[in-house]
Design a protein around this ligand. Sequence first.
Ligand code: ADP
Ligand code: MG
Ligand code: ZN
Length: 605
Amino acid sequence: MKNLLKNFLIFLIIFLVIAGVFSLTSSDNKKPQEISISQLVQEIQEDKVKEIVVTDNSLNILLVNQEKQLTLKEDNQPLTELLANYGVGSDKLSKLSIKVKTANNRNVFLTVILPILLPFLLLVGFFYYLSNQMKGSGMQAFKFGESKARQVNPKDKRTKVTFQNVAGVHEAKEALQDVVKFLKSPKNFINMGAKIPKGVLLIGMPGTGKTLLARAVAGEANVPFFHISGSEFVEMFVGVGASRVRDLFRRAQKNLPCIIFIDELDAVGRVRGSGVGGSHDEREQTLNQILVELDGFEPNSGLVVMAATNRPDILDPALLRPGRFDRKVILDIPDIKDREFILKIHSAGKPLASNVNLHQIAERTPGFSGADLENLLNEAAILTVKNNKKKVGHEEILESIDKVLLGPERKSHILSDKEKNIVAFHEAGHAIVSWNLPSCDPVHKVSIISRGQAAGYTLRMPEEEKYLRSKPEFLDNIAVYLGGYISEKLTFKEVTTGASNDLRQVTHLSRKLVTEFGMSDILGPRTFGEKEELIFLGREISERRDYSEKIAQTIDEEVSKIINLCYNRAQEILEKNKEKLEEVAKILLKKETIEKEEFAKIMKN
Ligand code: ADP
Ligand code: MG
Ligand code: ZN
């Protein structure tokens, strides 16, 4: 309604302006003086008239002194005859320049037709405009069923991505080479009688480069790329998703060979029949339509459907059966070599100082995904600008690692001296226990600067990528978590709330040892509790007990036993290293942060 009013006002203004312009042009600035015929005759006799322009029955007179006058005569009477009747001699007439003009058509149009037509035209224009607007919003309702897929064309150099832009993930690239080769020259495959997979499913944690890799395949093969996210299919209304799927495949069929990429497939591809909440009808229809379309197009027609998910476990099995998404490509979290490579790719556009050692950065970022690393370099660049430096230095990147891991430093979070003392001993406790236990993750950094939620932190990281973990490692890590609590207790005879997070970790880990990893000698090799996840949230919500009351008690006892064991070990270590503990705490209070190398030096001394 507001819009309508605005448009109306605009039209009104335009109308007024036009009307104003007309009134200006139609009335000459200087109106000629009106005179009578006899006056004109007298002027002619006195030789004052230079020119007379006759238009129909009006006479425009131009005097010798450039003055303009106007008079009217009767219709159909020639001017010369009229003047002769008034007794103007032919000698006078010959001196005059008399011009005869027919009535100006344009003038008639401007003065007669337009004033009538204009309001009418404006009205028509106004309604046309209005109806157009209505149609715009109305048409959107009709366009509901169209897919919102974005099309990336191979000619668009700006958005082009190739395998060179994707670091690491060698196996995945290898597996996708076939698809690229097929899209480039399908004939070779068809002649061999080989069928290229219709559907390729990219599986990997968030940020491992699934979307990037899919685009790279299109870039390598030089084919159009239709990109849509699973969630974009689903609307409020049942049937919309299915119609969007149909539309997407129809669009793709017109652009063969090409790739359809459905990102976040799990948004529509969850196991059917498990819907909780209202929207599952729609989702199921959408999924069914995807299945139908996947079956519907000919293999080797030049269409390859790619999809990405980080939850392959919740996908409907029908999606994964042969002939559909049967080729699975797994993208791992990058290892140290790949991390260095990814850092290299993303530092390309940033001026790096000569002291930057990307290998060392890669060493310090285990568990970082490609997206994390990109974010890390971006944070470092922002920090560099903040520090008024010309080039991104090693320090900036190191500092950004902490920021990405733990959240920004909280400078405003000022601890009192007493609190600082407690935090220093707490963190020193973690660090010293960790130093003395062989199989836990080594200390990278100890700090009493607040970050995110933590008042201080001890950053520990595994030396290398670990895919399997053993019981001694878990026990050592639990002991390290307890180190802060014990250190507070030994030093101040009291504990603070600062240890609560550590204690939660301790409980969580030791419970997992018993119930999930079968690492309790008494309870043996089985799991306890069936995790149920509510499909629509995709999170584990409830745990169903599949064991007796008696076993529940044993589990609790086992958990306590593990925690006690670790507690005693950590306590022993801290009692034995009391001087070291005090030394580290003192240095922390002075310098706030101790790096890995410095910490090692203190401990070896
Ligand atoms: P996903 O789809 O797996 O969640 P994306 O493909 O969207 O992850 O990756 C996010 C960003 O992280 C990419 O735009 C890219 O800049 C960066 N990235 C992730 N993995 C890699 C990699 N292997 N090589 C280079 N950049 C990567
Ligand atoms: Mg993605
Ligand atoms: Zn702690």
